[in-house]
Design a protein around this ligand. Structure first.
Ligand SMILES: [Zn+2]
Length: 365
């Protein structure tokens, strides 16, 4: 089935070649996002590469599964390509006016009958779309290949190494990619009308959310209240929390979808129980309240309230009042009654979309 879909796309792509559109004017601000499928951008331009930092990373790595379609970021001509089995697979597109984008580590493994890529078949598979050769004229968004682990990524995880060059000099494409992702409405089908859509795309790009309907995960459920368990998962993905105790101290997360996330948060001292004073339950399916959000974000990201300002009139005596004030001092939240904003509404619940925006502010995305 998957193969049939790919063939159909390839056919469409070869017809697109018949109407060249070079010269429309490439601008990285308006480039097309180069992947069509679940992926995560890493802010990795300029990172050390090679032994002893012998070279600098001249692109951005976008993590994605093998076989995810790779698209041309703009109109142009393919001027740099290798699909030789010995050196597979990469593509470079000249967009004119000195601009070039490069797509490296395209797939080179064989796909078996059930659609799995066979390990150890490096150099024998396909990674570049049919009809894409040196001199091909391509249009923005056209399929040019598929994500893989070819070249020096063979020992690592599959990803697209994406480069943006001007007059041969590598430029940092990270912010352009975030912008391209924000204007692309493809990730989730149900958030196009949400004022939080850009922020949902940003946290998706950081791997903080995967969607609300696994395994398809093509919806975000922006208007649904976020649960304590989902919040734990967001934080566990946002922070480099690897450690788990293996013995969650909460009686109600055993076997839960978010057991590992809650365990990571507890091990890191971020989690807190939902039934004081015992606090031996986490209530992963209970909607998160605004005061709990404040406490979790402060524990996760470490905000301070240096002037000890008391921002709100309605949170006196709330066990999380200190964190509420820290969150306000950091500018992450304002009150719940604009324009006065002198109340916090600690008991109010939050939608998943609102939480996306709080994460974008918390992480300064
Ligand atoms: Zn790379």
């Amino acid at each position: 089935m998957k193969r049939l879909v790919l063939v159909a796309v390839v056919l469409a792509a070869s017809f697109a070649v018949a109407s060249p559109a070079l010269g429309a004017g490439f601008s990285p601000e308006s480039m097309t996002y180069p992947l069509d499928g679940e992926n995560r951008i890493t802010d990795s331009f300029g990172d050390c590469r090679g032994s002893g930092c012998s070279r600098s990373h001249e692109g951005v790595d976008i993590m994605a599964a093998k076989g995810i379609p790779v698209l041309a970021a703009g109109d142009g001509v393919v001027t740099w390509i290798s699909d030789a089995p010995s050196n597979c697979c990469y593509v470079g597109i000249d967009h004119g006016d000195g601009w070039m984008t490069r797509y490296i580590h395209l797939n080179d493994d064989v796909e078996d009958a059930s659609g799995n890529f066979v390990p150890g078949t490096d150099g024998e598979g396909w990674g570049i779309a049919e009809g894409i050769v040196e001199g091909s004229v391509v249009t923005a968004g056209q399929l040019i290949g598929w994500v893989g682990d070819s070249g020096n990524a063979a020992e690592g995880v599959p990803h697209l190494h994406f480069e943006l060059r001007r007059d041969g000099v590598a430029q940092d494409p990270y912010q352009y990619l975030l912008h391209a992702l924000a204007v692309w409405s493809g990730t989730f089908s149900d958030d196009d009308a949400s004022v939080h859509q850009d922020n949902i795309e940003k946290i998706f790009a950081r791997g903080i959310t995967v969607g609300c309907n696994p395994p398809a995960n093509d919806r975000f459920c922006p208007d649904r209240n976020i649960t304590r368990g989902e919040m734990a998962a967001f934080i566990a993905r946002a922070l480099p929390l690897g450690a788990t105790s293996g013995t969650p101290g909460y009686g109600d997360v055993d076997g839960h979808l978010f057991e590992v996330a809650v365990d990571k948060l507890q091990t890191a001292g971020i989690a807190f129980g939902c039934n004081p004073p015992d606090n031996d339950s986490f209530c992963p399916d209970r909607p998160l309240t605004r005061d709990e959000m404040a406490e979790l974000l402060v524990r996760a990201f470490g905000y301070e309230n240096p002037e000890a300002t008391d921002f709100f009139t309605d949170d006196t005596g709330n066990p999380f009042e200190e964190s509420i004030n820290k969150l306000a001092a950091a500018g992450i939240t304002v009150g719940c009654n604009p324009p006065d904003n002198d109340r916090y509404c600690a008991d109010r619940q939050l939608t998943r979309a609102e939480m996306a925006t709080f994460f974008v502010r918390s992480l300064d995305l």
